[in-house]
Design a protein around this ligand. Sequence first.
Ligand code: AMP
Ligand code: ZN
Length: 112
Amino acid sequence: MDCLFCKIVNGEIPSSKVYEDDKIFAFKDINPQAPVHILIVPRRHIESADEITDENSGVIAAIFEKIPSIAKSAGLTEGYRIITNCGRHGCQSVKHLHFHLLGGAQLGERMA
Ligand code: AMP
Ligand code: ZN
């Protein structure tokens, strides 16, 4: 499968890794939109939030269980925002489910 984030997870394409374990992989966004901008992805390919099922949702829990320590390691002591873009209207550009972890400065109040 020709998937950019599968290739990053597999090490075929280099990334600035922040965290990895057997289920999830986190790396710095190449085009940061905040002082801290980390992407957190399941190792296993899931296309988007719209493809989450009772069979694959364990990895979503794994991601959210790790977010506090990833945020702490990144120095996000004053809070952060987690975003996942889904589909065309959500402006999802990479079709491998990922959560944006944004922070390091006061973020805007508007989300859309
Ligand atoms: P989205 O628009 O929600 O699909 O987010 C995709 C994100 O992937 C964007 O924020 C891009 O800057 C980021 N991105 C694209 N290519 C790379 C890459 N090679 N390494 C790290 N981040 C990337
Ligand atoms: Zn993938």
